[in-house]
Structures are given as structure tokens and as C-alpha cells.
Ligand binder design. Sequence first.
Ligand SMILES: *Cc1c(COP(=O)(O)O)cnc(C)c1O
Length: 228
Amino acid sequence: MNNLLERIEQVREKIKKSAAKGGNSPEQIKLVVVTKTVSADVISQVIQYGIQDIGENRVQDFLKKHASINEKVNWHIIGHLQSNKVKYLTNKVSLIHSLDRESLANELNKQGKLFNYKFNCLIQVNVSGEISKFGMSPKNVEGFLVKLSRMEHINVLGLMTMAPFEDDPEDTRHVFEGLRNLKYKLDTLNIPGIELKYLSMGMSNDYQVALEEGSNMVRIGSEIFGHI
Ligand SMILES: *Cc1c(COP(=O)(O)O)cnc(C)c1O
């Protein structure tokens, strides 16, 4: 069997095992295959194997690959997004995982209005507070959502976080638990127009733990492609 297909099947198998512990059926889990340094040819291959969601973290790479791939697929922007790059994304991106500040929201809403386009977004939250300079502090998410609920060209679909790399993935559990609890708390506020459908959490090193903590969207690169 083809190696690439085999690795995708292995990931799906592991998703199946861990999803139930997080209260989800395997069909509810979206597998976003992260293709940073992977060529367009290999991405086409992966799409042929049934993958429907591709994640890129740099807008420039995304645009090149988007232009050279004809297959219909959902494109995800998962990395830090600069406001001046937003204008290139209209009509091309299915989900932005890294909405983490008001200035970016304003720009998305402005460009969306210009092109009559609605951006689907997740709020990136910096749960542990020290790992990354990106992501909003959990205590600011509520106020941000209230503002976003009034922006016509932004559709908030959930929350995203990244855990620090740990040799023992068990050590990341508190981060994912933290995001899930934040979602529960925000759900009780019933902010108009906001439905937090997705928890995007888990990468190659830690997705099984993330799934056990309720993730329903995992972003996997190196476990499928080797080091990327
Ligand atoms: C690179 C990247 C991933 C995938 O990481 P792997 O460890 O290769 O699975 C997921 N999410 C984000 C935001 C990334 O930048």
C-alpha cells in the first residue's frame, strides 16, 4: 500500500479511538491536513485519498498552491495572519483559525464588505499564557465575541489553540481542557449569532489528548508527511 495513504489511514484510526473519549463520534471530527512545505502535487494526491481540508500557515504559500490545485477542497489558514494579507483571501479561504485581535477583525470585516464576502473564523486563544505570543488571552474572548457578533462579514465558528510541545503529550491536557471549559462558559452567554461549533485543537504530537478533551478539529502535518 502507498505510504502516504497508509499514514492517513493510521491517523484516522487513532482519531476513531480517541474521539469517543471526548464525547464525539469519528464522523464529527474534521481532519485538517497541514501542508506547509508540501508541494502542490502531493497535496493533490492527498485530496485524491479523500482529504477535504487542507491547512496552510503562510498566505503566500497558500495562494501559490490554491492557484495550482484544481480539485475542490476546503482551505484553512492556520498561522498568524497579518492584516495587510487579508485582501488576498476573499473568496478563497474556508476557515481562518487565527483571528486573535480587533485590528485583524476590523480588516476582515472591511475587506468582506468590499467584496461582499463573509469570512469564517475561529478565535485563537492563548490558553496557557506563556507559550506563544499569538492568541488572545482567555479573559478577553467574551468581549471580543460581543464585538464580532456585530460584524456582518465575520462568521465566528469556534475556538482554536496550540499547546506547547511536550515530550509527554499528557502534559498538554490542561491546555485543551482549558479551551473546552472556556467554550462551555461562552456557550452559556448566548451571544447573538455566535455558535461555537468547532474546537480546533491538536497537532501531530498531541491530537489524541486533544480529542479526549473534546476537540472536533485536528491539524496534522508531520505525522503524515514526516518533518515539515
Ligand atoms: C504546523 C502546524 C500544525 C501541524 O503541526 P504538526 O506537528 O506538523 O502536525 C498545526 N497547527 C499549526 C498552527 C501549525 O502551524
